[in-house]
Ligand binder design. Structure first.
Ligand code: CUA
Length: 354
C-alpha cells in the first residue's frame, strides 16, 4: 500500500486537472461570437444559422440526459463509499451478498434501453431534417472544392469563381434564402467546418457531399479545414462573409465583372503572363486559365492571402510573391526566384485586380 501523503498528492492532482478541464469548458462556452473580428475564437455554443442551431439543441438534450445519469451514478457511488466505508471492527464480517434480484436487473436493463431509444429518435430526426432539405429556386448554390491547402469556391449559376471566402446572403423569416453547398475535393480528404453555421462535412475525392447553411446575421464567420490533409492543414482557413440580400447582389455584380486592365501596371502584367503564373492561376477576361491555384480575377476583394495564412495587405502580398515558402511552408506555390524589381511589378499588377 502506498503511503498516505502519496495518495493525498494524487487526489489533489486529479482534482486540479478536473478543475482546469471545467474552467476550459466554462470559458469556451462564454467567448463572444467570432463574426466581424479576425482574432476572436469561434464558438459552437453561439450558433447563428439553421443547421448549427438545431445541432446545438440536440447536443444540449444529450448533455442534459448524460448530466442526469452522471449525477445519479456519482451520487449512488458517493453514498455507497460513505455509508459502507470500512469501520473499526469490520474485519471479521462480510457485507450481505445479493444474488439475482429480478427487480434490480429489470431496472438496469429497461431504463438504459429507454434512454438510448429517446436519443436515437431525437438524433435521427435532427439528421433527417437537416439532410432532407432541398434547394429552391431562391437559394444560392455554390460548389466548394478542397485543395491542398486552400478552398476553391464556385457559383456555377452566377458565373463567379473565387477562393477561401464564401459570400452568402442572410436568410430571414421574410426572405428565406439558404445557401446549398456541393463539396468536392481535388486531392485528399478535407472537411468544411464553420462552427457557428453548421456541423462538419467532409470533402472526399471522387465523391460529392451536400450541405446547406442559412445564417441570420450579417458578418464574417471563421472556419477551418477539420480533417488532417497534410502539412498546412492548420492554415487551411476559411471565411464565410454573410451579407444582407442587397449587399450580396452588389457583391455578385462586382465579382461578375472581368478583370480590369490598367495601363499603369502593364509591366507587371507582361511579367505575369511571361512567367509560369498562368499555368496555375486564372484571371477572367485574359489568357490565364490555370486551375491548379486560386482564381485571381478579383484578388484584392479578398480579406486574406494563402487561405488565411496572411491578411491581404501590400506587405504580405509582396512577401508571398517573393517567397511563398516563407509565408506558408510546404505550400504548392514555388519561389519564382524573381528580382526585387520584378516582385514589385507583379505586386503592382495584382493590386489592380480589384
Ligand atoms: Cu484540408 Cu485539412
Amino acid at each position: 500500500m502506498r503511503p498516505r501523503s502519496d495518495r493525498y498528492h494524487s487526489i489533489v492532482r486529479a482534482l486540479s486537472l478536473f478543475a482546469s478541464a471545467l474552467t476550459i469548458i466554462i470559458a469556451t462556452a462564454h467567448v463572444e461570437p467570432a463574426f466581424g473580428s479576425v482574432d476572436s475564437v469561434t464558438n459552437i455554443f453561439r450558433p447563428l444559422s439553421q443547421p448549427a442551431q438545431e445541432i446545438k439543441e440536440t447536443s444540449f438534450l444529450v448533455l442534459a440526459i448524460c448530466a442526469v445519469i452522471f449525477v445519479v451514478v456519482a451520487g449512488l457511488l458517493v453514498y455507497a463509499i460513505v455509508r459502507f466505508r470500512h469501520r473499526p471492527g469490520d474485519e471479521a464480517s462480510e457485507p450481505p451478498q445479493v444474488y439475482g434480484s429480478n427487480q434490480i436487473e429489470t431496472a438496469w436493463t429497461v431504463l438504459p434501453i429507454l434512454i438510448v431509444f429517446v436519443l436515437i429518435l431525437v438524433t435521427s430526426r435532427t439528421i433527417a431534417d437537416i439532410q432532407n432539405r432541398k434547394p429552391t429556386t431562391a437559394s444560392v448554390k455554390s460548389t466548394v472544392v478542397g485543395h491542398q491547402w486552400w478552398w476553391e469556391i464556385r457559383y456555377p449559376e452566377l458565373g463567379i469563381v473565387t477562393a477561401n471566402e464564401l459570400h452568402v446572403p442572410t436568410s430571414t423569416e421574410g426572405n428565406h434564402q439558404p445557401t446549398f453547398l456541393k463539396l468536392q475535393s481535388a486531392d485528399v480528404a478535407h472537411s468544411f467546418w464553420v462552427p457557428q453555421l453548421a456541423g462538419k462535412t467532409d470533402l472526399i475525392p471522387n465523391r460529392e457531399n451536400l450541405m446547406w447553411i442559412a445564417p441570420t446575421e450579417p458578418g464574417t464567420y471563421l472556419g477551418n479545414c477539420a480533417e488532417y490533409c497534410g502539412m498546412q492543414h492548420a492554415r487551411m482557413l476559411l471565411r464565410v462573409v454573410v451579407h444582407t440580400p442587397q449587399e450580396f447582389e452588389q457583391w455578385v455584380k462586382e465579382q461578375q465583372q472581368p478583370a480590369v486592365e490598367e495601363a499603369s501596371a502593364s509591366e507587371g502584367r507582361k511579367l505575369f503572363f511571361a512567367n509560369s503564373c498562368v499555368s496555375c492561376h486564372a484571371i477572367r477576361g485574359t489568357s490565364a486559365k490555370g486551375v491548379f491555384g486560386p482564381d485571381l480575377t478579383h484578388l484584392m476583394s479578398r480579406q486574406t492571402l494563402a487561405s488565411g495564412a496572411a491578411l491581404n495587405s501590400h506587405d504580405s502580398l509582396r512577401a508571398w510573391i517573393r517567397d511563398p515558402q516563407q509565408v506558408k511552408v510546404g505550400c504548392l506555390m514555388p519561389n519564382m526566384q524573381m528580382s526585387d524589381k520584378e516582385v514589385d511589378q507583379i505586386v503592382a499588377y495584382l493590386e489592380t485586380l480589384r
